[in-house]
Design a protein. Sequence first.
Length: 135
Amino acid sequence: MGSVVRGKTIGQTFVLDEDIAVKPKIALLQCPFLLCEADYVRLTQPGSKVTYAAFAILLLSAGWGIPMVAKFMSAWFSRTPVSVQTWEYWGLAIGIVAAAILFIISACVPNEKREVLRDMKEHFRSNPPRTVTRR
């Protein structure tokens, strides 16, 4: 008959002298990531409040800037001088800077959702899928 190999990876081709009686089965195996209920809750909860505050201030700044753009367009089409005051520029700049600072803070503050996603990424990077053929 021949020798039996179990639990080892074979890196070379073997020629069989006898007919194979069964069709081989091919499977794609990967070590599962065990997701507990707490991890599920962390992944399904919304992002951090700091990120939402940053988006809110950024959108408020955009809303502040739209009338300024309208003033510039109106002045350009009517060939008149622009009537934007200095405080309007300062308001827009302060809003954009505040949003940028909050985005930086949200990137630096630990986030449970981000940690779970990082753990999942590392798990699947270190446990890639492998194909197994069995008879």
